[in-house]
Ligand binder design. Structure first.
Ligand SMILES: NC(=O)c1ccc[n+]([C@@H]2O[C@H](COP(=O)([O-])OP(=O)(O)OC[C@H]3O[C@@H](n4cnc5c(N)ncnc54)[C@H](O)[C@@H]3O)[C@@H](O)[C@H]2O)c1
Length: 269
């Protein structure tokens, strides 16, 4: 090596290098998933929006199509707990766009707050079916097409609850810790195939999930954010999408098995 640029010029900071990429996002109809889809479309990627809520996903698709003349966006009703749905969604992305370069496994639900001793097994299973098994099923079918192609980037959306246990949320904490374990397993198994697998742990983010959780607990969302967050506010979904977009992209080409916390200093301060 003879100089700093011996391996070629650094990736442009003007864009993430996702132009022409093919992507799939689960839980894409609203919140962080919708912001990720918008970011990927803005970068020039073709995106399959996968969600249970097709009406909302269709409305988002129309907005994204209007956002740039060459936008390629499609919607598929997908339940991430159903292996057939997940396999069909991956196949659909490949059929429509020619290949699958990027996947963001984001769909999740949250449980009602309850002490572990009072938690019902059916509620535990309902949450982990979406938040943990759903990520497992997505990884399995995404890797099955990315590994033979010799390239791909997957980001799993975990949570600060994957790094720290919040009381009264056993199923969610367990699932999000598990997502980090799945991420590291998949990264290890596929590093030699050219597929990168990373996780993002958002802190409290202003989304419909967060707002309905606050409303159910009778908590004022802004006061709660001011008290909990060192920055005194929630993250906006676009701030989480920026980190996810970067990890998905060639700008993060040497990053795999990483768990990126995007929490405004919550876990540190
Ligand atoms: N909002 C936060 O404060 C926060 C904090 C940490 C982590 N997260 C994580 O970020 C991700 C997105 O959260 P959000 O706040 O945007 O949630 P949200 O509830 O606003 O959106 C979630 C989306 O997932 C979809 N979905 C739910 N079950 C599904 C299923 N079985 N199959 C397919 N789609 C399904 C919903 O229809 C919805 O569109 C989740 O993984 C969540 O755990 C959120």
């Amino acid at each position: 090596m003879t100089g700093l640029l011996a391996a070629g010029p650094p990736p442009s900071l003007a864009g993430l290098g996702l132009g022409g990429a093919s992507a799939l996002v689960t839980g894409a109809a609203q919140g962080i998933g919708a912001a990720v889809a918008a970011r990927l479309v803005a970068e020039g990627a073709a995106v399959l929006l996968c969600d249970l809520d097709v009406d909302r996903a269709d409305a988002l698709a129309r907005q994204l199509e209007a956002s740039r003349p060459d936008a390629r966006v499609a919607v598929r009703r997908t339940d991430v707990t159903d292996e057939g749905d997940v396999r069909d969604a991956v196949d659909d992305a490949v059929d429509r766009f020619g290949r699958l370069d990027v996947a963001v496994n984001n769909a999740a639900v949250i449980p009602d707050h309850r002490p572990l001793v009072d938690a019902r097994l059916e509620d535990f299973r309902r949450v982990t079916a979406v938040d943990l098994e759903g990520v497992f099923l997505c990884l399995k079918h995404e890797l099955a097409v990315m590994a033979p192609a010799g390239a791909g980037s997957i980001v799993n959306v975990a949570s600060v609850n994957g790094r720290r246990a919040q009381p009264l949320a056993a199923a969610y904490n367990a699932a999000k810790h598990g997502v980090i374990g799945l991420t590291r397993t998949a990264a290890t198994e596929h590093v030699a195939d050219g597929v990168r697998v990373n996780a993002v742990c958002p802190g409290a983010t202003r989304t419909p999930m967060m707002e309905s959780a606050m409303a159910r607990r009778g908590v004022d969302a802004d006061q709660h954010a001011a008290r909990l967050s060192p920055m005194g506010r929630f993250a906006e979904p676009s701030e989480i999408a920026s980190a996810i977009g970067w990890l998905c992209s060639p700008a993060a080409s040497f990053v795999t098995g990483e768990v990126l916390v995007v929490d405004g200093g919550y876990l540190t301060c």
